[in-house]
Design a protein around this ligand. Structure first.
Ligand code: G4P
Length: 526
């Protein structure tokens, strides 16, 4: 059994694609599925209309905005490997969801729009990758259109995110007329032919250098010159520094026309790491062949309104998962029956019977499981993985039900969405649910919260922004002192921790300076 686990884990690649909105993450996801044979024509996943038919009502907002709020895990086979692609929400606004997803992957594909280079959202996401030491493969997308000089894009990567770019493939084509890519590792030039709207795999032909020079003319000369420069700079793909998060293999192409996509997908298999033992809370590695263990990185309720249920998405860290096995939740010590385990492909569910390290299982009816919970085989030793980092909230709001007759639904919704981590609900011990303060990393979390309370709990709310500028963790002794100060409010979190909210961050600074004995801890991200 342990040999099977080790060999199955070695076939897994669990990764996410990160990008600034519109750089092409959705298109690339779809093209990966096309090249892996998981879909037969481009257009199936990308079509926002298609998603509308398949997903629940609360995603109406997602449709209107044309953004992806829900994270799904796609599992597909490619070259005798099992790829798990975890979707990160692709909106401009910040969301804690993304961080949680990045806690569950082993590598990341970073997509850059080659006309725009590094954009703000990419920078922010990249910081998270760095803090988790995630290896990053870079895809320079949209070379079918005129864009920046690829050498300039490499400079940006090096300067702005401090990763040493090592081009694996290089574009051949001038002024947006992309002909194909050269694989610098083999010196093979692959020339592609476009298909209508890139709906099908692009026919490709490997062309020897001499013929390429004759047939591609100036485009070839330019690429050859740049490649020579890269070789002189020794900017070659280097596995150890990639795995250490110091260098990034760079691929070029066009997700829309499929040029260069196969090279990139091959790199996910050939370069990205297979699951490795994950450290538990005490820093002790949980070996892949130890009994089954997993941790929950996402909880979502009411994904499908016909089912009205709650799914916890768990990443398997060790052992073999068999549907029906009983797992213990480390936090509550309660057993959890896994009779209903599924994979979720888009909005479709398929029952999953077995899973291995790196896989994601959707545990249906997961009442009692929270984000960050560790699960372990009831017959094995207890294991607790480090909690998923909580990010310091940056925006605050208050919420009231529009219809006071709906306060029961409102309370139920608050509890549910707090547990799911959609927002953090902070309560005043004296006021209870009457006037909670909502805290989030980005404004969008509030919009999702309000939308879901309305649609799923039939409790429309009024949101007003709350005037707080900073938040700190505190204890009950310090809370008693802080409570007396103007512009400070003491509230409690779902986990019982006390937090202090400050209307003025300079007032906070003064308190920190003048009264160092008070407990005012940062909520640490990372
Ligand atoms: P996202 O998930 O990162 O937000 O990006 P998405 O894939 O939705 O792509 C954003 C836009 O960029 C889409 O155009 C898409 O067709 C286009 N795009 C993606 N990859 C490429 C590429 O390699 N070359 C070119 N030229 N365009 C690309 P749209 O007009 O917003 O949507 P649609 O009407 O094409 O669906």
């Amino acid at each position: 059994m342990s040999e099977q686990v080790i060999s199955e884990a070695a076939r897994r690649r669990t990764f996410a694609i990160i990008s600034h909105p519109d750089a092409g993450k959705t298109t690339l996801t779809e093209k990966f599925l096309l090249y892996a044979g998981a879909i037969t024509a481009g257009g199936a996943v990308k079509a926002h209309e298609g998603r509308r038919a398949a997903t629940s009502d609360w995603m109406d907002m997602e449709q209107k905005r044309g953004i992806s709020i829900t994270s799904t895990a796609l599992n597909f086979a490619y070259r005798d490997h099992e790829l798990n692609l975890l979707d990160t929400p692709g909106h401009r606004d910040f969301s804690e969801d993304t961080y949680r997803v990045l806690a569950a992957v082993d590598a990341v594909v970073m997509v850059l729009d080659s006309a725009k280079g590094i954009e703000p959202q990419t920078l922010k996401l990249f910081e998270v990758c760095r803090s988790r030491h995630l290896p990053v493969i870079t895809f320079l997308n949209k070379f079918d259109r005129p864009g920046m000089d690829p050498l300039e894009l490499l400079d940006q990567i090096e300067e702005q995110i401090d990763l040493r770019p090592t081009p694996a493939t290089w574009p051949v084509g001038t002024h947006g007329d992309l002909r194909g890519v050269v694989d610098r590792r083999s010196d093979v030039f692959t020339r592609y032919t476009r298909t209508a709207r890139g709906a099908q795999i692009a026919p490709e032909e490997d062309v020897p250098a001499e013929r390429a020079a004759a047939e591609e003319g100036a485009a070839w000369d330019q690429a050859a010159e740049q490649i020579e420069l890269l070789t002189a700079m020794e900017a070659d793909v280097d596995l150890p520094s990639f795995l250490a998060g110091e260098s990034t293999p760079v691929f070029a192409g066009s997700a829309l026309t499929n040029f260069g996509v196969r090279h990139l997908l091959d790199a996910v298999v050939d370069l990205a790491p297979a699951p490795t033992p994950r450290d538990d809370r005490n820093g002790k590695p949980r070996h892949l062949d130890e009994p089954c263990s997993a941790f929950v990185f996402k909880v979502q309720a009411n994904m499908d309104r016909n089912h009205r249920d709650r799914i916890a998405f768990a990443r398997i860290c060790s052992g073999r998962f068999d549907r029906g096995m009983v797992m213990t939740c480390a936090r509550t010590a309660k057993p959890f029956a896994t009779k209903y385990a599924s994979t979720v492909f888009g909005a479709e569910r398929t029952t999953i019977d077995e899973a291995f390290p790196g896989d994601v299982v959707g545990l249906v009816n997961a009442t009692g499981l929270n984000i960050g919970d560790s699960l372990y085989d009831e017959n094995g030793a207890k294991v607790e993985f480090p909690s998923i980092p909580q990010f310091a909230p940056e925006v605050f709001a208050t919420a009231h039900p529009v219809d006071t007759g709906k306060s029961k639904q409102f309370r139920k919704g608050l509890d549910q969405l707090d547990e799911e981590g959609v927002v953090q609900v902070l309560r005043d011990p004296d006021w209870g649910d009457a006037s909670p303060v909502l805290a989030a990393v980005g404004q969008l979390q509030f919009d999702v919260f309000a939308n879901r309370l309305d649609i799923e709990f039939n409790a429309p709310i009024e949101l007003s922004s709350a005037p707080y500028q900073a938040i700190r963790l505190t204890d009950s002794t310090s809370a008693d002192v802080l409570r007396e100060k103007p512009g400070v409010r003491i509230l409690s979190r779902q986990d019982g921790a006390l937090v202090a909210l400050f209307e003025n961050k300079y007032a906070l600074q003064r308190i920190e300076q003048n009264e160092p004995e008070l407990v005012l801890d940062h909520i640490i991200a990372g």
